[in-house]
Ligand binder design. Structure first.
Ligand code: TMO
Length: 317
């Protein structure tokens, strides 16, 4: 090769290498997946984006609380859905120990809490105020719960502290953990035909809002420290006597080593930001349209490539 050719090749890569000479490691970026549809689909969409940028990726199914320790230690590389209500405490604990950091917020605004389909309010018109719940508890009673109302909370690893909430606020409800997200949708579906009042854990953005109009119960407003300081919230002796944040964040978290090991993928991660409708659509493709999450991710990405293209092109070396 002539010297001039070598020089101009070097010049070209300086000119066009938007992130310098650093190339991403060929080691797989390890992406954790959990037990609700939008997170699984979104994680697969992001995996496809990284593959399009020339990276290798690997998916691991992990507990949605323990994952923050795994990100901190670099066993997994990132987390795509840090919901403030469910995971804020575990995320903050891992942040405090060091090893992971905030990789930016999604555009989405989130809420996770006790929820009912609208027909429930016809039977219990004092809703959505939480103080209406005890007068209506009998409407939610089942053979299993006797005199008390039934509240179907999320799977245990979402740590919703429903039992503590019911106790702290003196609610005449038995709190039962669903075995899976699907069990929540089955509970609503089974109540729909005869418009039976039903109370379940739900969240937004989700597919459910397009299927069943409904409302969250309004609990005493969230105060920082409600989960660590009994003096927060209306019951001076109890934790968890507040609702979840009503306009919660949805963050991305990254292992501190990610930027150096996969600079281009990391750059894209910091730019990725999904909206409420985009996340609801990811869930719908699985929960309503019954696609496999991998297939749903391909479908979503094919329909929305223009959304992600700027994140890729801004970060490719
Ligand atoms: C963590 N989740 C979105 C299921 O509430």
């Amino acid at each position: 090769m002539k010297l001039t050719t070598i020089l101009s090749a070097a010049t070209l890569s300086v000119t066009f290498g938007s992130s310098g000479f650093a190339a991403d490691s060929s080691d797989p970026i390890v992406i954790p997946v959990h037990n609700w549809s939008s997170q699984i689909v979104m994680s697969n969409v992001v995996g496809l984006i990284f593959e399009e940028m020339g990276n290798n990726v690997e998916y691991v199914t992990t507990d949605s609380q323990a994952v923050y320790e795994s990100v901190r230690l670099g066993d997994v590389s990132l987390e795509m859905e840090v919901w403030e209500g469910a995971f804020g405490a575990s995320y903050r604990a891992a942040l405090g120990k060091g090893g992971l950091h905030d990789a930016g917020d999604h555009d989405a605004v989130t809420r996770e809490d006790w929820w009912y389909p609208l027909w429930t309010k016809e039977a219990c018109p004092g809703l959505p105020d939480w103080q209406a719940l005890n007068d209506c508890a009998h409407l939610f009673a089942t053979a299993e719960t006797g005199e008390k109302g039934r509240y179907l909370d999320g799977p245990v690893d979402w740590l919703k502290h429903g039992k503590e909430r019911a106790e702290a606020l003196g609610l005449n409800f038995t709190v039962i953990n669903a075995g899976s997200a699907a069990a929540l949708w089955a509970e609503i579906g089974a109540a729909e035909a005869d418009k039976r009042p039903v109370l379940v854990f739900n969240w937004t953005p989700n597919f459910a809002e397009a299927v069943w109009p409904g409302e969250f119960v309004n609990f005493p407003a969230w105060e920082d420290g409600c989960d660590t300081d009994p003096s927060k919230g209306p019951n001076p002796d109890a934790l968890y006597d507040c609702g979840n944040p009503t306009s919660g964040y949805l963050k991305k978290a990254a292992w501190d080593g990610m930027q150096e090991k996969w600079p281009n993928a990391y750059c894209a991660l910091t730019k990725i930001s999904f909206t409420n409708p985009q996340i609801a659509e990811m869930a719908k493709l699985v929960d309503t349209d019954e696609m496999e999450p991998e297939e749903a991710a391909e479908e979503w990405l094919a329909a929305n490539h223009a959304v992600v293209e700027p994140w890729i092109s801004a970060c490719q070396s």
